[in-house]
Design a protein around this ligand. Structure first.
Ligand code: FES
Length: 137
């Protein structure tokens, strides 16, 4: 920041500016219907990545038979918190959610849940994968 500009603002404002621009990280907390799996929290630069991509990278089992192109319902998840940080649901996604096991208002397809920014604070429940005929790639 330019020293002239720095002189115009109190120190706390400058510190907040730097913290906001250099330390924002998204948080995604994963809960599991299968209670034998402990919850897991992922933080980091997650903007532009889908919930499915994050599960793959961090070794969380989520089936995805069509490979993430919104053509099945095996990546079905529940977004318990933070829906506003995700790309909006499409009609096609809604159609496939209707075919998922136990759809609810919080249902989304993990491959279509792209995180919009690094201020995201999201809680996801992964359905019991033992009830889904699917596979990981
Ligand atoms: Fe098929 Fe998400 S993996 S719809």
């Amino acid at each position: 920041m330019n020293p002239i500009v720095v002189g115009l603002f109190p120190w706390s404002t400058i510190a907040r500016f730097h913290l906001n621009h250099f330390t924002t990280v998204a948080t995604v907390r994963f809960l599991f219907e299968d209670k034998s799996i402990p919850e897991k929290t992922i933080t980091g630069d997650l903007e532009g990545r889908s919930i499915l991509e994050i599960t793959e990278e961090f070794d969380i089992h989520l089936n995805h038979n069509c490979g993430g192109v919104c053509a099945c319902s095996t990546c079905h998840v529940y977004i318990e918190k933070g829906e506003e940080f995700l790309e909006e649901i499409s009609e096609k996604e809604e159609d496939f959610i209707d075919r998922a096991i136990n759809p609810r208002l919080e249902s989304r397809l993990g491959c279509q849940c792209v995180i919009l920014d690094n201020n995201a604070d999201i809680v996801v429940t992964i359905p019991d994968q033992r009830r889904i005929i699917g596979h990981e790639h």
